[in-house]
Design a protein around this ligand. Structure first.
Ligand code: HEM
Length: 385
């Protein structure tokens, strides 16, 4: 997928996998056991506000794999070297491609265990493989160059909007003002690519519907509810389950939004990922893939892309304020390669290695998802003896 690069950058920085294979009785050879306190396990070592603060120290003490225990019971395996990540997530990927169960995420997509309608949370089975194949021609690495003109268009408007807001408030602009411009640009790339729908202004009603749904999903992912801790609660009948009632309501809101976007994609002029997904799904299976499943698969990109890139880009402004010298150097290089009569294009990229390096450093310095999105280990395993 085109999203592989940021994904791997953050994966390489530090990975978190929750093991559901039972408690390991022995500490792996060559590693020291972390100090565990009953109930909270190793959690006391990582402050709530900065849960990843001790990872470096853990790695120094334990090697590339540390195994703190959540509540002293659930081992969380932290992979902290590129070798460990490549070995487990690439070479042994058949054991590490599922996610830890998230009952809430399944309930809000009206799905059974492991079958969330968002590909991100779906178990790695034939259904997911089919849906990845369906997305590949529009989001895969080879497809990415096709939508460079769209990204160039949105970057141009982003620059124009930023210049206007700076001119309007010469005394300084707020984080919120900058963020909304980034959010508009990013949503426009995603919605145009997936549904042929541009977002020319931040005030567009559909953008705010998308943001509202996205905000609720992010909130749920960050705040697991009771059914996540006691999964049998998902089976309570509707009249006894406030969780099911609210999940059903939210599912209906999402169906309404994603199906409207899907229909827009089908009807709008020109190529888009919705049309591509429908066509590819017909080529890969004789059974018709239900529209609702395709609509949620396409909407996974809204969940994946709306907040991530804008948040990551905010760190560029912070870096530029703290270290203006690298911006000065970048400007000099841009002036030499591109000149001052036009904007940079993707075709300039091979000559702009310094700008590429800034992007990589930004992802390394402040990865917005340093723990990645947890994967589950489906068997007991050994790494490095
Ligand atoms: C800085 C930006 C981004 C970061 C840090 C990021 C991070 C991630 C991570 C960590 C995962 C899970 C990887 C795994 O365990 O397999 C993921 C999955 C995903 N991301 Fe991103 N992402 C970013 C931008 C985007 C954008 C712009 C899009 C859409 C246009 C997107 C769409 C997706 C999708 C669809 C998945 C799920 C893939 C699947 O079906 O498994 N992401 N992302």
């Amino acid at each position: 997928m085109a999203v592989i690069s940021p994904i791997w950058t953050s994966v390489a920085v530090g990975l978190l996998t929750v093991l559901y294979v039972g408690m390991r009785k022995e500490t792996p050879r060559g590693t020291k056991s972390l100090l565990k306190i009953p109930l909270i396990g190793d959690l006391h070592k990582s402050p709530v506000g900065k849960p990843l603060e001790n990872w470096d120290a853990w790695v120094e003490a334990n090697g590339p794999i540390a195994v703190p225990k959540l509540f002293g019971i659930i081992p969380i395996v932290v992979l902290n070297s590129l070798e460990a990540v490549t070995e487990l997530f690439s070479r042994r990927s058949q054991w590490y491609s599922n996610r830890p169960p998230s009952v809430s995420m399944e309930m809000i997509t009206d799905a059974k265990p492991g079958q969330s309608k968002f590909t991100l949370m779906h178990d790695y089975d034939d259904h997911l493989k089919l849906h990845h194949r369906v997305l590949a021609p529009s989001l895969g690495a080879t497809a990415a160059p096709n939508y460079q003109p769209l990204m160039e268009l949105e970057s141009t408007q982003l620059l124009f909007d930023l210049c206007n807001v700076v001119a309007e408030f010469p005394e300084g602009i707020s984080t919120a003002a900058v963020y909304s411009l980034l959010e508009r640009a990013q949503s426009s790339v995603i919605l145009a690519l997936h549904y042929g729908l541009r977002i020319p202004r931040f005030e567009e009603k559909i953008l705010h519907e998308v943001i509202d749904v996205q905000t609720q999903i992010t909130h749920m992912a960050a705040n697991p509810g009771l059914p996540d801790m006691f999964p049998p609660l998902r089976h309570l009948p509707l009249f006894l389950s406030p969780w099911k009632r609210s999940a059903d309501k939210f599912y209906a809101t999402q169906v309404d939004l994603y199906m409207r976007l899907f229909e827009h994609g089908k009807e709008s002029a020109g190529w888009n990922a919705t049309k591509q997904a429908i066509e590819t799904s017909r080529r890969h299976t004789t059974d018709r893939v239900p529209d609702i499943d395709l609509a949620f698969t396409l909407a996974t990109s809204i969940q994946g892309g709306m907040e991530t890139s804008p948040r990551q880009l905010m760190w560029l402004f912070i870096a530029a304020l703290h270290r203006p010298s690298f911006m000065k150097k970048a400007h000099t290089i841009l002036d030499g390669v591109v000149g001052r009569d036009r904007l940079p294009r993707f075709s300039d990229r091979p000559k702009l290695m310094f700008v590429d390096a800034i992007t990589h450093e930004l992802l390394r310095w402040r990865p917005i998802s340093p723990g990645s999105i947890p994967r589950r280990a489906d068997k007991d395993d050994e790494f490095g003896g």
